[in-house]
Design a protein around this ligand. Structure first.
Ligand code: OSB
Ligand code: MG
Length: 370
């Protein structure tokens, strides 16, 4: 494949409802899209960086700069045999996984189209129907949270994840567990606690949660290993796992029993597969996390979720939970059993609505081979 051009687009999309985590509230999303042409075929991807450096250190402006100054020049005009070779081309670059994934995942889409295969098949996926859960942001009151849980359970979702932070945790989890004694329930703190909170975090042991996601510092695996030894609830790492070596460190230190894989956070499909394959061998369950993606990122997440070891319901849910109108056709829908059927056409498997993308684009820059 010879990379002929790359177009970056900053697109504003209105969320149906604000999404609040321990690190802030998103009202609208600023989404960075990558449109990459190689061998006459167009591949699409979404850079999953947030609006600011609050989930990890990356954000839309830093990713745009990295792509323009460093990553795009490394691939433009270059003949690349496989998308899996991209991490090698970017090997000298430190960090910036989400920006790197922007190029790598778009090239996977191209490669799948050129081979006439759905992306999930090219990646080695085996599941044709993936189990889905939802992530519920922090709510104003426990009553409001209960209403949201009722809606999602009625829709069929197989797992409910509740965002928590100090002062908004057990008072929210308790009524939910009481109303639904048997559902698969988990919590996600996005690094809002410290090791001083061990006693408090141990109280979650009484709620037989499926997992507690990333309670401590975003970059501290060792601290999570100390916590895991003192509580029964299984820890799941999200922010702390940017690559395979981090996953190996976490598993060897006993810092978690589950790993959430996010395509952007780990630098793309090749790295996600390495982590999946390692976790599968170590019998560490995986699930695919979400970053409030539009349809393009969502389609990549669906492909990721088909690989072996993604046994737990992920955070990949219906387009309509977030968007009035999504940028892919058909939109992502979820069955009454809480599953998504994977698409069967080549590449991402969804039609990209360039009309909507053009309408919502506020900034655009194209890089071509000269
Ligand atoms: O930690 O999983 C997270 C959203 C933004 C940033 C971090 C996270 C989340 C979510 C939303 O939980 C998952 C989704 O896309 O539905
Ligand atoms: Mg998380």
């Amino acid at each position: 494949m010879r990379v002929e051009s790359v177009t970056l687009r900053r697109m504003n999309m209105r969320l149906k409802a604000p999404f609040e985590t321990s690190f802030g509230v998103s009202f609208d999303r600023t989404i960075l899209l990558v449109e990459l042409q190689a061998d006459g075929v167009t591949g699409w991807s979404e850079v999953t960086a947030g609006e600011g450096p609050y989930f990890n250190s990356e954000f839309v402006d830093s990713s745009w700069l990295m792509l323009r100054e460093v990553l795009i020049p490394l691939v433009l005009g270059r003949a690349i045999e496989h998308a899996a070779d991209v991490p090698g081309i970017f090997a000298a670059v430190r960090g910036h996984e989400m920006a790197r994934a922007g190029i790598e995942t778009a090239l996977w889409d191209v490669e799948a189209q050129l081979r006439g295969l759905p992306l999930w098949k090219l990646l080695g996926g085996t599941q044709q129907e993936i189990p889905c859960g939802v992530s519920l942001g922090l709510q104003a009151t426990p009553e409001r949270l209960l209403e949201k849980v009722a809606t999602e359970i009625a829709a069929g979702y197989q797992r409910i994840k509740i965002k928590i932070k100090p002062g908004k945790d057990l008072t929210y989890v308790t009524p939910v567990r009481k109303a639904y004694p048997n559902i698969r329930l988990s919590v996600d703190a996005n690094s809002a606690y410290t090791l001083e909170d061990v006693e408090h975090l141990r109280r979650f042991d009484d709620y037989y949660l499926l997992m507690m996601e990333q309670p401590l510092w975003w970059d501290d695996i060792y601290a999570h290993s100390k916590l895991q030894k003192q509580i029964k609830t299984v820890l799941c790492l999200d922010e702390s796992i940017p690559h395979l070596r981090a996953a190996q460190t976490a598993v060897e230190l006993g810092a978690c029993g589950i790993i959430n894989i996010k395509l952007g956070r780990v630098g793309g499909h090749t790295s996600a597969r390495e982590i999946q394959s390692y976790c599968h061998r170590k019998q560490i369950p995986n699930w695919c996390g979400g970053m409030l993606e539009c349809g393009i990122g969502r389609a990549h997440n669906i492909a990721v979720s088909t690989l072996p070891g993604y046994t737990l319901p992920g955070d990949v849910s219906a387009s309509a939970r977030y968007w009035v109108e999504d940028v892919i056709e058909p939109e992502v829908t979820v069955t009454p059993q809480g599953t998504i059927h994977v698409p069967q056409t080549p590449g991402l498997g969804y039609h990209v609505r360039t009309d909507l993308i053009e309408r919502w684009t506020v900034e655009k820059e194209t890089f071509r081979t000269s």
